[in-house]
Design a protein around this ligand. Structure first.
Ligand code: PLP
Length: 284
């Protein structure tokens, strides 16, 4: 695989980042994951805009312009001959060569790393045909989940808890309400209305969430952005999640309780189709 590090395209075995990099020592880094379908980027613009916001919220310098970022993404996709897959981008605050809680001076060069992940069959996955089983766990993450930082230890533990319980993923609960999935936004559908938590610092502002809600509205579906409990979701007709890496993923079971007939619901399936079709048409 050819990867990108700070201006260079290199074989992955030759790419190097300092051991003092604050991304490594302090999780002082932000990231984006963009999907690739038909060799093209899905919603690059949305990811580039959110990256700028994450950087700004952390007083981190931009490593390059949006045009340069697009060029790097497209060049990596081409060099690695990716038809379906993901492209991971990470910007860390870099380092001035030592470990210190205090940020290094503002002119410290950020570290920019990108790599591709080849995933044939991403759009037509078995997982999406079967639907996902989720468990609920407590949300003990920090209070700025709107910033897409690489502090992913708890979400990673959440996925392990799900796996240990024979499920695929976990939805997190704070103050009695569902926040989001470990790596996706969460929704349920009751009597034709799609319910999802409103945007705040409590959840990541999903790029797929924004696109899917717009498409649902255009398709005259009813949407309620409000807090909801896990019990409401368990009593729902259907449920689903959204993310750049799994698009619209039907959820068929929550904490061992089957939703509907235990197969992907019609609204989730329809939204997945619409999302894939429209996103493909707009990909660059
Ligand atoms: N929520 C969390 C915690 C995530 O990690 C992600 C994606 O990684 C999402 C939501 C979905 O965001 P997006 O649709 O931009 O991929």
């Amino acid at each position: 695989r050819t990867v990108y590090v700070n201006g260079e395209y290199l074989p992955e075995t030759e790419a190097k980042v300092s051991i003092f990099d604050r991304g490594f020592l302090f999780a002082d880094a932000v990231y984006e994951v963009t999907s690739i379908l038909d060799g093209k980027l899905i919603d690059f613009e949305g990811h580039a805009v959110r990256l700028e916001r994450s950087l700004k919220e952390l007083d981190m310098a931009s490593p390059c312009s949006k045009d340069e970022l697009l060029e790097i993404h497209q060049k990596l996709v081409e060099l690695n001959d990716i038809n379906e897959g993901l492209i991971y981008l990470q910007v860390s605050r870099g380092s001035d060569g030592d470990r210190d809680f205090v940020f290094p001076s503002a002119d410290t060069k950020p570290t920019l790393v990108l790599f591709t992940q080849n995933k044939p069959g991403l759009a037509d996955s078995d997982a999406s045909r079967k639907g996902a089983k989720v468990i609920s766990i407590e949300d003990i993450r920090w209070g700025r989940r709107d910033i897409k930082t690489v502090q992913l230890l708890y979400p990673s533990m959440g996925k392990m808890m799900a796996k240990a319980a024979g499920a695929d993923d976990a939805w997190m609960i704070e103050d009695g309400h569902v926040t989001e999935g470990t790596s996706n936004n969460a929704y349920f559908v009751k009597d034709g209305t799609i319910v999802t938590r409103p945007l705040s610092n409590d959840i990541l502002h999903g790029i797929t969430r924004k696109a899917v809600l717009r498409m649902a509205e255009e398709a005259q579906m009813k949407i309620e952005e409000r807090l909801f409990t896990i019990d409401e979701a368990k009593e729902a007709d259907e449920a689903f999640t959204t993310s750049a890496s799994a698009f619209v993923m039907p959820v068929v079971e929550i904490d061992g309780q089957q939703l509907g007939d235990g197969t992907p619901g019609p609204i989730a399936k329809r939204l997945r189709e619409i999302y894939l079709e429209e996103s493909r048409a707009a990909a660059i």
